[in-house]
Design a protein around this ligand. Structure first.
Ligand SMILES: [Mg+2]
Length: 320
């Protein structure tokens, strides 16, 4: 049976949130420590999500409310949703403070890190709503992935990492065969470092590499180029949502973000029904919890297709 697009939209957002929540308690653990504490079967403990999901929610809310990208509004959503307990990185924290104090969202991130901007994975970790909303238009997807990254991550490698993650989600929504996905990604991606990582993914998949080799070649760190390819690899290597996300988190390092990114691609590919019920149940509920995240996926689907078919003027229902 063909998966509905709606289940792929909700699957990408919920998949990202459960991956984040699964990895959150293990953030910063090395691979060996994850194994000694959790064994091979990593269980979801608290179900609390982190900054990855809080910012993803802001991206989705802004796309829905504006029927597309509006940088000033997206930055405002990040600021409204911000809770320090979600463990934001120092760069994003500073950017959001400076925008709140009146600096322009278009330029402030480029002033950080000696005027080079951040190449961390903070833009890629929240990109799922962009990947699904623009899944059928590669040029637009790149443009909006770059622009939405610019709010916090001004370095070209931070933006390209977010675009690569968004392309992977888009191909997953389209139902591109896994074998064809790497080829397409190699065509789409522009930067040499990401092209090289995609070649490494291919080589690692051919030989069923062990975890140490995967970490050595692809990385498990906070830099976008040391985590986005790791998530893509984790997705491609397995045939189901759960195995891919458990594997990604089991690599240690930046576990919440690598879990979130693997979950987003896998959810977009397999649909919401493939996410383990137990994980969805454990995922925190409340004002912006699991029901709200699912609703955001449904709304993105609704806005997208009503825009395209112009059935009637859409009025946002419940974005606050
Ligand atoms: Mg996080």
């Amino acid at each position: 049976m063909e998966l509905s697009l709606k289940s792929k939209f909700t699957g990408a957002l919920l998949g990202s949130a459960v991956g984040d929540a699964l990895g959150a308690p293990l953030e910063g653990y090395g691979m060996e420590k994850v194994k000694s504490v959790y064994g091979e079967n990593i269980k979801m403990l608290s179900g609390r999500y982190t900054d990855d999901t809080e910012m993803m929610i802001g991206v989705a809310e802004s796309l829905i409310e504006n029927r597309g990208f509006d940088g000033e509004d997206m930055a405002a959503k990040f600021i409204q949703n911000y809770h320090a307990r979600r463990r934001y990185g120092p760069g994003s924290k500073e950017v959001l403070r400076r925008i709140r104090e009146g600096e322009s969202w278009e330029v402030v991130s480029g002033k950080l890190f000696d005027g080079k901007g951040s190449y961390g994975n903070g833009a890629a970790m929240r990109i799922a709503p962009v990947g699904i909303f623009y899944y059928d238009n590669t040029d637009k997807l790149r443009e909006i992935a770059y622009k939405s990254s610019q709010i916090t991550h001004g370095h070209a490698l931070g933006k390209e990492g977010a675009a690569l993650q968004a392309f992977s989600i888009a191909l997953a929504v389209r139902g591109t065969e896994k074998e064809a996905m790497l080829l397409e990604l190699k065509e789409i991606v522009k930067s040499g470092i990401y092209k090289e990582k995609l070649r490494k993914i291919e080589a690692l998949l051919e030989k069923e590499a062990d975890k140490k080799a995967v970490i050595f070649e692809l990385g498990n760190g906070e830099e976008a180029f040391n985590s986005v390819p790791t998530a893509i690899y984790s997705f491609l290597r397995f045939d189901c949502f759960k195995d891919a996300v458990v594997y990604a988190v089991g690599l240690g390092g930046d576990t919440d973000t690598i879990g979130a990114m693997t979950g987003a691609i896998s959810g977009a590919y397999y649909g919401e029904g493939a996410i383990p019920e137990e994980w969805k149940k454990r995922l925190e509920e409340g004002e912006k919890g699991r029901s709200y995240i699912r609703w955001l996926g449904e709304e993105l689907h609704r806005v997208k297709f009503y825009i395209e078919t112009k059935l009637y003027n859409y009025v946002p229902k419940r974005v606050c």
